[in-house]
Design a protein. Structure first.
Lengths: 110, 117
């Protein structure tokens, strides 16, 4: 069965430090992966998706099929990056068929 | 554009009562999705609807849960005879188009927190 695992519930780093939020998935088909972010008191919103191969707000994520991972990285964290981050997998069926991980709370300290 | 609107933000029901959750998609969006987030869990897909049609309900529990998206008005997620295990945050999302159309980005509402006493 398809599954998304975010092993870290909380990740705390200092401003300017590199950050990596881990995401591993389990899916027998061809995966489509996303990172969603929820800032304090705001709605869940799309951060980036692997098919776009884009960098948003300095964040990048590379799909590694061999390791079944889609880790989110940023070389220099900023305080405004503090938020909940959710990794999501779209599997078969309709476009809304997303499975989300449990989320990682990123806290960037000054 | 006010974004995806969900109401109520908080809903308290006693066991056995009915819960109705409403979702108004963004203007111009005809695709609606419902997700449930249990405590300490990730969001899980429940159902995908277009106007007047259920496209994919593979994530819906077989009993007590139903969803509709009428021609006029918001989408409704209805839970009959609620039980304590239904307590969760229910999120709605909308999009203007289908997967692969280039118009598939999901926009989420703020969610409805259902508490069953």
């Amino acid at each position: 069965a398809q599954r998304v695992t975010q092993p870290e519930k909380l990740l705390s780093v200092f401003k300017g430090a590199p950050v990596e939020l881990k995401c591993n998935y389990s899916y027998s088909g061809s995966p489509e992966l996303f990172w969603y972010v929820q800032y304090s008191r705001q709605r869940l919103q799309l951060l980036l998706r692997h098919i776009s191969r884009e960098s948003i707000k300095g964040f990048t994520a590379d799909l590694n099929k061999g390791e079944t991972s889609f880790h989110l990285k940023k070389p220099f964290a900023q305080e405004e990056d503090s938020a909940m981050y959710y990794c999501a997998l779209r599997y078969g069926g309709s476009q809304g068929n997303l499975i989300f991980g449990k989320g990682t709370k990123l806290s960037v300290k000054p | 554009n006010a974004g995806v609107m969900q109401n109520p933000r908080h809903l308290v029901r006693r066991r056995g009562q009915e819960a109705r959750l409403r979702c108004s998609p963004m203007k111009g969006h005809s695709h609606v999705y419902w997700y449930r987030q249990l405590p300490e869990e990730g969001l899980k897909f429940m159902v995908y609807l277009q106007k007047e049609n259920i496209i994919d309900e593979s994530g819906m529990p077989k009993e007590r849960f139903s969803a509709e998206f009428p021609k006029e008005g918001p989408s409704i997620l209805r839970i009959q005879q609620v039980v304590r295990g239904d307590s969760a945050a229910y999120f709605c999302a909308s999009s203007p188009g289908q997967a692969g159309s280039g118009n598939e980005k999901l926009f989420f509402g703020s969610g409805t927190q259902l508490s069953v006493l």
